[in-house]
Design a protein around this ligand. Structure first.
Ligand code: S5P
Length: 268
């Protein structure tokens, strides 16, 4: 199946090269899964990549939670992800003013050199997106920013008005790859999709095949429902990396997400 057949209007409208790359890989793996690789050792992370590569399209990292992080080990990790056709997505949740965000793309972790995507809050204003893009530009790379428009955690402070502001500003910005939406609430996602239009990605954490409350205020919704409501990528962490068989779990999430996409595109 071609990416256009799989994605329909999203393929035609979302013209950014990074979005196209994601949608192409998703169509070839028949998966809309981003793995939240929240393991805290390099060995644990390496084992995870090898287990899930066939079913995962992007790898979301929190570089600062790895106990034995080193530049060399991380370079190997990123090379393996790239070789397995996975986008590397650092969930740094930048929030500072533009020029500091640009500097934070460098520093010890040097995120600008290996991340294809990063997350940011728009709380400090739209210049943060320019700052992050300038960070990639400093090393002659391009990347995409996912803005937090909603969150999955209980009691978060991202009100509907705030979400609207983020979407209004983000829709117009070429450096914005898309939005993080709340996968635990399909009705919230459908509202977000209606505002975002077809031109931007919506990626959603807070999904699990076991729907309900997670640890420390996390909430989970059904992955297929999230895709039907307009999500383009389900971000799954513990559902895969804590499973007895991460490879089988990744396959199950891939199937659930792909089923949602086929139904959604078929309905149009
Ligand atoms: O609202 C959010 C935004 C993000 S990026 N809620 C989230 O849970 N996340 C991230 O998704 C979080 O940082 C974690 O890495 C992942 C969810 O992991 P899980 O184990 O709950 O599936």
């Amino acid at each position: 199946m071609t990416p256009e057949e799989a994605w329909g209007e999203r393929w035609r409208a979302a013209t950014s090269p990074m979005a196209r790359r994601y949608m192409e890989t998703a169509a070839s793996k028949r998966s809309l899964v981003c793995l939240a690789a929240d393991r805290n050792t390099m060995a644990g992370l390496m084992a995870l990549i090898d287990a899930v590569a066939d079913h995962v399209v992007a790898l979301k990292t929190h570089v600062d939670l790895v106990d034995d992080w080193s530049p060399e080990a991380w370079a190997t990790f990123c090379q393996r992800a790239e070789a397995a056709n996975m986008l590397v997505f650092e969930d740094r949740k930048f929030a500072d003013i533009g020029k500091i965000s640009r500097s934070q793309m460098a520093g010890q972790y040097n995120i600008r050199t290996w991340a294809d995507l990063v997350t940011a809050h728009l709380i400090s204003g739209p210049d943060i997106v320019d700052g992050l893009q300038a960070g990639w530009g400093d090393v002659d790379r391009r990347g995409g920013v996912l803005l937090l428009a909603q969150m999955s955690s209980r009691g978060n402070l991202l009100t509907p008005d705030y979400t609207n502001e983020v979407v209004t500003k983000g829709r117009e910005h070429e450096g914005v790859f898309g939005f993080i939406g709340n996968g635990s609430r399909p009705e919230e996602l459908a509202t977000l999709r209606a505002k975002a239009g077809d031109g931007k990605m919506i990626w959603t954490p807070g999904v699990n095949l076991a729907v309900g409350d997670g640890a420390m205020g996390q909430r989970y919704g059904d992955p297929t429902e999230a895709v039907l409501a307009g999500s383009d990528c389900i971000i799954v962490g513990s559902g895969i990396h804590l499973a007895d068989d991460p490879s089988a779990a990744a396959r199950a999430y891939a199937e659930a997400s792909w089923r949602g996409l086929m139904e959604r595109t078929g309905d149009r």
